[in-house]
Design a protein around this ligand. Structure first.
Ligand code: F0G
Length: 405
């Protein structure tokens, strides 16, 4: 395995453990190139299922269980049994969105209650491997909680850059609880990311999703989802988009599984952004090939309050590969959909509810068929942002269309 520039026209290669954050030739992001597995898809599907009966820490992890597709030469992995997240049938939510076959892949059931743990187990394992002592990130909240927890497990110092005043109290509390050093940045996530990149030096191992090892872990959400579906590809996978690392990771997973003969067809990837933080949706609608950052992103879904997503080119590749699309939804639609997910007994944080809000619009516009098999990715747990719940429900107790029965 090695690192390669994600710009296919450049395709410069680097050693797998090189700490460069971008291509030294053309400055585009890097990606891990996975060697094709030695075993057949049928054999690997069997082995991965068998590992569910094992107590080896690598098998107990829903990430490392799929290690044939991961960097895997580590003698020590930093794991907390991440992954193993359920696929939950939507009931009232399905009806509300006009669908007959809706499931939620709830990544909020991870150790720190969001999908970041899938990437952090690989990222922090790599950090330990290369001898880092301090790990760092900029964050709208979730990455910081996850980084802080995995760093604490590994005995590393965590330094997190947060947009002051725009991180939910619950997420800030997690980062503090796990002992992270907090740098409050006067500005939004894009400014915080800019600042940490400026401050970065050899002493700080950088763990935002432009780190390709993060995406390797996050891609396993697709492996687990497909396994749970008996390797029957759904018609659509719908996912919230902020910095666009997660959608890029899903695209990479699908590309690799398809190339290795695990899948006959690919699901269409739908990325959802909040209306006030929608650079990819704007680009998609305009048909342009260049992303124009949104200068002052605004949305109550603070997790995805991002105007200048760094992984947009990788996400675009995933959209093209899967015949996907991009849509944006308003904060009101997010609040309504979130309330509905709660009524189904599932719950999620605001950013995750963009998926259901978008599905309702897409079925109303006949862009998704009622009978389509759809998996919506819930990225964070309901308890990640309790102020949002209290503020929205106390102000506006009943939302139109959200049934109470
Ligand atoms: N959903 C939640 C709950 C998130 O926390 C994030 C990103 C996303 C969706 C979007 O994922 O950035 O890979 O497109 N949160 C980051 C953070 C930015 O710092 O916690 P993405």
């Amino acid at each position: 395995m090695h690192l390669r520039c994600s710009n296919t026209e450049c395709a410069a290669t680097l050693d797998l453990h090189d700490r460069a954050l971008s291509c030294p030739v053309c400055a585009e992001l890097l990606e891990v190139v996975v060697d094709p597995p030695a075993s057949s898809p049928a054999e690997l599907k069997r082995v991965w299922l068998e590992r569910r009966c094992s107590y080896d820490p690598r098998d107990l992890s829903g990430v490392w269980r799929f290690r044939e597709f991961l960097p895997n030469e580590y003698s020590r992995i930093v794991t907390m049994g991440e992954g193993n997240c359920p696929l939950i049938e939507g009931r009232k939510t399905a009806q509300w969105a006009g669908l007959r076959n809706l499931r939620f892949k709830h990544l909020g059931w991870n150790p720190t209650a969001c999908f970041k743990d899938l990437g952090m187990t690989v990222g922090v394992t790599e950090a330990v491997f290369v001898g880092a002592k301090t790990v760092g990130c900029a964050s709208t909240g979730n990455t910081s909680g996850s980084l802080a927890a995995y760093a604490a497990r590994a005995g590393l110092h965590a330094k997190v850059y947060l947009p002051a005043g725009y991180v939910s109290a619950n997420k800030l509390a997690q980062a503090l609880d796990f002992g992270a050093e907090i740098v409050h940045v006067d500005g939004n996530f894009d400014a915080a990311l800019g600042q940490i990149l400026q401050d970065a030096n050899d002493g700080l191992y950088f763990l935002n999703s432009i780190n390709p090892f993060r995406l390797e872990g996050q891609k396993t959400a697709m492996f687990e989802m497909l396994e749970q579906l008996g390797w029957h590809t759904p018609d659509y996978v719908i996912v919230p988009g902020g910095n666009l690392g997660n959608s890029s990771a899903f695209g990479k997973a699908l590309e690799e599984l398809h190339a290795a003969g695990f899948l006959d067809k690919l699901p269409r990837l739908v990325i959802v952004q909040a209306e006030g933080a929608n650079p990819l949706a704007q680009m998609w609608r305009s048909g342009s090939d260049e992303l124009q950052p949104v200068d002052n992103p605004e949305t109550a879904a603070t997790a995805i309050r991002i105007g200048n997503p760094r992984s947009w080119k990788k996400a675009l590749r995933a959209l093209r590969k899967t015949n996907g699309s991009v849509i944006d939804v308003s904060d009101h639609e997010i609040a309504e959909a979130k309330a509905m997910i709660g009524r189904d007994g599932i719950g999620c944080e605001p950013a995750s509810a963009t998926t259901l809000a978008a599905l309702r619009t897409l079925t109303q516009q006949d862009k998704i068929d009622r009978d389509a098999a759809v998996v919506a990715i819930l990225t964070g747990h309901a308890l990640k942002d309790t102020d949002f719940i209290l503020n929205s429900r106390l102000r506006e107790p009943v939302f139109e269309g959200v049934c109470c029965a």
